[in-house]
Design a binder for this molecule. Structure first.
Ligand code: ASP
Length: 316
């Protein structure tokens, strides 16, 4: 069986660790955790873990999930503060609790009980990026008003989308042909406190089932939540679609949503034979791939799915 790691471009710092695990006969789930852990520790990545951009109150809140395609075992944490290793904590939820998703103070409590080391996740650099629009915008009356104002402006500002969005996702296939998928993010920058995106929601931003394939999302999580995008891709394959058609259909469905804060959604998928593919609702996007045969990490173009793809909402 060919070994494979694929994911968002920012996962490149973690791929060597993940591939070492796969090459030494380790499991896809271990490889996913090892790869994402590196990204969470990278202060230069303002979309994930340490150095991630904070919510409206200036607090870094992390979301992460992991799924094992062998058994559909899943674990996730959301709105986690004070601990950078969100993917490891999602693994603890999966392995040690009779739950799938633990949020907020419960997630921090679990981190303490599992012996994780706490850390102030807000770096100077992230704080400076976070501060800028407040300074430019002045102050508004309530958090909700400020959120709407910032979200609307930032999602339409071509200079700033890299500030507002970002996530790491990784799908692995091991020597036994097992699939696993993981996603980790600090979420939408300037988000309303407690907002949870698609990344920790099994079926929205992350899904893996050895029998059909796996899919993960980045981009505007609310859209992926509304369409259950990751699960849809896997279900479309279950119903007989090829991976490329499943991805395209899921992206077409996203385009049909009415959304005042619309922005891109990107999906990566792997089918049960280990074929990979990726799409985006925006042009010019890429993803990365590493296989067991090479030490190179290759950057590949995602298929752009334009807005007129997919069935109109009225016809459903
Ligand atoms: N999907 C993430 C979220 O909505 C953010 C992103 O990938 O840009 O929280």
């Amino acid at each position: 069986m060919s070994l494979l790691l694929t994911g968002s471009v920012n996962a490149h710092v973690g791929f060597p660790d993940g591939m070492d695990i796969l090459r030494s006969g380790g499991s896809a789930i271990d490889a996913v955790v090892a790869a994402i852990r590196r990204v969470e520790a990278n202060p230069g990545d303002h979309s994930v873990g340490y150095g991630g951009l904070p919510n409206l109150l200036g607090e870094v809140e992390l979301d992460a999930s992991i799924m094992d395609g062998r058994t559909l075992a899943s674990g996730a944490v959301a709105a986690l503060q004070g601990y950078q290793d969100a993917i490891d904590l999602a693994r603890v939820v999966m392995d040690e609790l009779p739950h799938v998703l633990v949020v907020g103070s419960g997630a921090s409590r679990l981190a303490v009980e599992a012996g994780f080391t706490s850390r102030d996740l807000l770096t100077h650099e992230a704080r400076a990026i976070w501060d800028a629009p407040f300074t430019e915008a002045g102050t508004a009356d309530t958090y909700r008003v400020r959120m709407r104002e910032l979200a609307g402006r930032l999602s339409q500002d071509p200079e700033r989308p890299h500030d507002a969005h970002g996530t790491v996702n990784v799908i692995a296939r091991d020597a036994a042909g097992n699939l696993a998928s993981g996603v980790s993010t600090s979420g939408w920058a300037w988000k309303f406190p407690g907002r949870v995106g698609d990344s920790p929601i099994i079926g929205a931003g992350n899904y893996a089932d050895n029998r059909w394939g796996a899919a993960t999302c980045t981009g505007r999580g609310e859209m992926a939540q509304r369409c259950c995008t990751a699960h849809s891709v896997v279900s479309f394959m279950r119903c007989g679609m090829r991976l490329s058609d499943a991805l395209r259909t899921a992206a077409g469905d996203l385009h049909q949503l009415e959304d005042d804060y619309r922005s891109e959604v990107n999906i990566i998928g792997v089918d049960r034979e280990g074929r990979h593919g990726a799409v985006s609702t925006a042009p010019g996007k890429t993803y990365i791939l590493m296989t067991g045969d090479s030490h190179d990490i290759v950057e590949l173009e995602r298929t752009y799915v334009p807005p007129n793809d997919g069935s109109p909402m009225e016809s459903r």
